[in-house]
Design a protein around this ligand. Structure first.
Ligand code: NAD
Ligand code: FE2
Length: 389
């Protein structure tokens, strides 16, 4: 087995200044729409890199759930600018797009079909190294071996996976996360919780990943609602917690909450974290039929303070706690409640179930799940019905 994380993780308020420590000639900063510029973080990042003696170019305009077209455009920009550092500044979407641009910058002749194959990338870092500064507190893309890219012709998301795209440097400055609107803090926070819970029960979970996942879960339970309400201390804790969760799941991998989220987000217009928040309780109920998964969910429940003896009761309480957190942050509990029209759901459910079963996250789920299982699960998720199979 293998455990891989970035070499350097800078954390704490004001740690954006750590960009001064990078050594190189030219950096391309990749960023999203406008928030990083508007709040002054783009300017600050630029000044720190200039202080490090680097020339700077900026690639702006990465959209949420970035497309292959954006990635290709960014890679062309890199080829023109020839940076030896790529600095991604923004949410998971920006960091993911920058990672994929990096692949095409290093290997312009490669194609998407080829790199979709997990763990198939040639060696990167022939041209540039990679630093990531997250502005949301959820995806942990700053420490993971993943990049989720949307094929805009089908609306389907493909997670690229390879240890080569684990960034060299991650900078966790909660000043950036302070700017998230409440809803974004809620959605990204529930994404982080899902990462930690799925990693803790995943088939590849190990003694290296379990402590990280469990500590992340404790921190999210204590802080996500306060972070949603705007408490700064809680925002800092969430920024660090999501990174711990990331170090766990990049090595232990995930499960079918993510498989389903990847295949429904674009189709039903659900932000990634919101999709996970809705699906996680149903997936826990499904997976808890597996004895090992049930035991691990029970361990999670005890870690967050549930005092029951019986494993089944512990799992039930864990699900109730998660639903209560979602409730407190005005997150719906079913796709119907979210407003997905029934005819649209029925029209797409077969295709979604087939795609989700084939998603790379399905193979690390603790309980085997085929297309039919996922379809049944999706019906429960749509209607808000208890999972009993
Ligand atoms: N690479 C990974 O390991 C990994 C893991 C999970 C999810 N993902 C992917 O990450 C994407 C979601 O990323 P995300 O949840 O970070 O959201 P995001 O990056 O899509 O950002 C959401 C919106 O918030 C804005 N925003 C970002 N930071 C802000 C801030 N500090 N203040 C105000 N507005 C801000 C962005 O401009 C954008 O409009 C999805 O595509 C998902 O599939 C990747
Ligand atoms: Fe996620």
């Amino acid at each position: 087995m293998r455990f891989t994380i970035p070499r350097d993780i800078y954390f704490g308020r004001g740690s954006l200044a750590a960009l001064k420590e990078l050594r190189g000639k030219k950096a391309v900063i990749v960023t999203g729409g406008q928030s990083m510029e508007r709040f002054g973080f783009l300017g600050q990042a630029r000044r720190h890199l200039e202080e490090a003696g680097m020339e700077i170019a900026v690639y702006e305009g990465v959209e949420p759930d970035p497309s292959l077209t954006t990635v290709k455009r960014g890679a062309e920009f890199m080829e023109k600018e020839r940076p030896d550092w790529i600095v991604a500044l923004g949410g998971g979407s920006t960091i993911d797009a920058a990672k994929a641009m990096w692949i095409f910058y290093e290997y312009p002749q490669t194609d998407f079909e080829k790199i979709k194959e997990p763990f198939s990338l040639p060696e990167l870092r022939q041209k540039a190294r990679f630093a990531a500064v997250p502005s949301t507190s959820g995806t942990a893309a700053e420490v993971t071996a993943f990049s989720v890219i949307t094929d805009e012709t089908t609306g389907i998301k493909y997670p690229l996976a390879d240890y080569n795209i684990v960034p060299d440097v991650a900078v966790l400055d909660a000043e950036l996360a302070d700017r998230m609107p409440a809803e974004l803090a809620a959605h990204t926070g529930m994404d982080a919780l899902t990462h930690a819970v799925e990693a803790y029960v995943a088939r590849n979970a190990s003694d290296f990943t379990d402590p990280l996942a469990l500590q992340a879960i404790r921190m999210v339970f204590h802080n996500v609602v306060k972070s949603y309400e705007g408490d700064k201390e809680a925002r800092t804790k969430m920024h660090d917690a999501q990174c711990l969760a990331g170090m766990a799941f990049t090595n232990a991998l995930l499960g079918i909450t993510h498989s389903i989220a990847h295949k429904t987000g674009h189709i039903f217009g659900l932000p990634h974290g919101l999709a996970n928040a809705i699906y996680l309780p149903y997936v826990i109920a499904f997976n808890a039929e597996d004895a090992r998964a049930r035991e691990k969910y029970a361990q999670i429940a005890r870690a967050v303070g549930v005092e029951e003896k019986d494993e089944e009761k512990l799992v039930d309480k864990l699900v109730e706690f998660i639903q209560a957190m979602s409730d407190a942050m005005k997150i719906p509990q079913s796709l119907k409640e979210y407003g997905v029209p029934e005819d649209e759901f029925r029209l797409r459910v077969d295709e979604i179930a087939a795609e989700a079963a084939a998603d790379p996250c399905t193979s690390s789920n603790p309980r085997l799940a085929d297309k039919e299982d996922i379809k049944k699960l999706l019906h429960c998720i749509y209607e808000g019905k208890a999972v009993k199979f």
